[in-house]
Design a binder for this molecule. Structure first.
Ligand code: PLP
Length: 433
């Protein structure tokens, strides 16, 4: 038995089965866009720790910053003693993502925790209870975040869920467009939202609308630009806070620091995590100062959020991302991947849709060219085929039939091409057989 097989066997014995296995690979070390598995094989990583290592695995300046901070102060809790790296990171994020004239930042440990806190802040700031979220949305696995999540398979038996959460369809043009132009479709979806306020929940009770500008787990569905602009106007008109979840789409993934920057909208609150800390557990809620300061004392915070070592990792990550121009890298990776995916769509009828923004690219596998006949089995076979040939990829989508690319953005052109070649061979072989 090889080391990888033995490790997976021990996992099976000691770790609950319910913790998902998205890919059968193992990992011992990582560098840039490569992982080394338990048997010493090199693996090209197109999953990037689920969008966490945009700046690559173990970027040397980040490793150094973690080591230096760990020697100075690992923890004292920001509630107990104020330390500079927290304040420095808050200032840095506020300057990078201004939400109006004065922006404030609270740090968290994860994406789900950012969501939990954004909801608490929105409710306190507006004095309203209701939250509107989207079908196919994913916001994490804590109780409120899970309530806000759409994928029912992730929620089985975990309820009852939190009250005052309302769900509306995501403007999903590929599945629901019915031949309309993107503009017509967006206008129709916004009209439906206005009707929703009359049929489901009065606008005076809605604290916030929460949306991923590009849905991650839901299958890389990009919000139509007119829809997001119209949504911003509706929120402003009714005093509803617009919360944009950038946990997966942030930090260069779409070719900009924030996906919302593609749309010319600014949210009232935004949520962050993943690539901020290059793998160290850190997230953030960013918001207008007047909204953030509407919270009562001690209703937000915790023992660990903004841990000094995580803050140091985040500051070093942001420095490194600026130095290497992460956004240009995101645009380049996205361009290469989109070109290949578009070419494959012409060749393989199983690819029903190619979509994404920047380097947040995906293709959807369907039967008979029908958007409503998902082919999750083909998706699974392709992932396993690639894992056996040195490439880690993962799926997405409510039906699990979307292949998504979340490779580190520092990936070299040849490595990216090699990984894409493996997927192409896999499609040829599996579909061909
Ligand atoms: C958009 C989005 N929000 C929230 C989360 C939850 O983040 P975490 O897993 O760090 O709790 C995720 C995780 O995939 C995500 O993609």
């Amino acid at each position: 038995m090889g080391n990888a097989e033995a490790l997976l066997k021990r996992r099976k014995q000691w770790v609950p089965d319910a913790i998902g296995i998205f890919n059968p690979s193992t990992a011992v070390s990582g560098n840039g866009s490569m992982l080394i598995d338990a048997d010493g094989h090199e693996m090209i990583d197109f999953a990037g720790g689920i969008g966490v290592v945009n700046a690559g695995h173990c970027p040397p300046p980040v490793v150094k910053a973690i080591q230096a901070q760990a020697e100075k102060l690992i923890h004292c809790s920001f509630n107990v003693a104020t330390y500079e790296v927290y304040v420095q990171l808050a200032e840095r994020l506020a300057r990078l993502f201004p939400h109006g004239d004065h922006t404030k930042v609270m740090l968290t440990n994860s994406g789900a925790e950012s969501i939990e806190n954004a909801i608490k802040i929105a409710r306190q700031a507006t004095g309203r209870p209701a939250i509107i979220c989207y079908e196919q949305g994913f916001h994490g696995r804590t109780m409120m975040a899970m309530t806000l999540t759409s994928k029912v398979g992730y929620k089985l038996g975990c309820g009852p869920f939190a009250p005052e959460v309302y769900r509306i369809p995501f403007p999903d043009h590929y599945h629901d467009g019915k031949g309309q132009s993107l503009e017509e479709f967006s206008a129709g979806q916004l009209r439906e939202l206005e009707l929703f306020f009359q049929r489901q929940v009065p606008v005076e009770q809605v604290a916030a609308i929460l949306m991923e500008p590009v849905q991650g787990e839901g299958g890389f569905n990009v919000a139509p630009p007119d829809y997001l602009k119209g949504l911003r106007e509706i929120c402003t008109k009714y005093g509803i806070l617009l919360i944009l979840d950038e946990v997966q789409s942030g930090f260069g993934r779409t070719g900009k620091w924030a996906a919302y920057q593609h749309f010319g909208v600014v949210p009232d609150l935004s949520t962050w995590a993943k690539s901020l800390g290059s793998g160290m557990p850190i997230g953030a809620v960013i918001g207008k100062a007047s909204i953030m300061d509407a919270c009562k004392p001690s209703t937000i915070g915790g023992t660990y959020p903004g841990n000094p070592v995580c803050c140091a990792a985040a500051l070093a990550t942001l420095d490194y991302m600026e130095e290497i121009d992460i956004n240009t890298k995101g645009q380049r990776v996205g361009h290469t991947v989109r070109e290949r995916f578009n070419a494959w769509q012409k060749r393989f009828p199983a690819i029903g849709d190619v979509r994404g923004l920047g380097a947040m690219m995906a293709f959807e596998l369907v039967k008979n060219g029908d958007p409503f006949q998902p082919d999750a089995d083909l998706c699974k076979r392709l992932i396993a085929w690639c894992a056996g040939r040195g490439l880690i990829i993962i799926n997405a989508g409510i039906q699990g039939n979307v292949i998504r690319i979340l490779s580190p953005l520092v990936i070299e052109a040849e490595t990216l091409a090699k990984g894409l070649d493996i997927i192409e061979q896999g499609l040829t072989e599996i579909i061909g057989s």
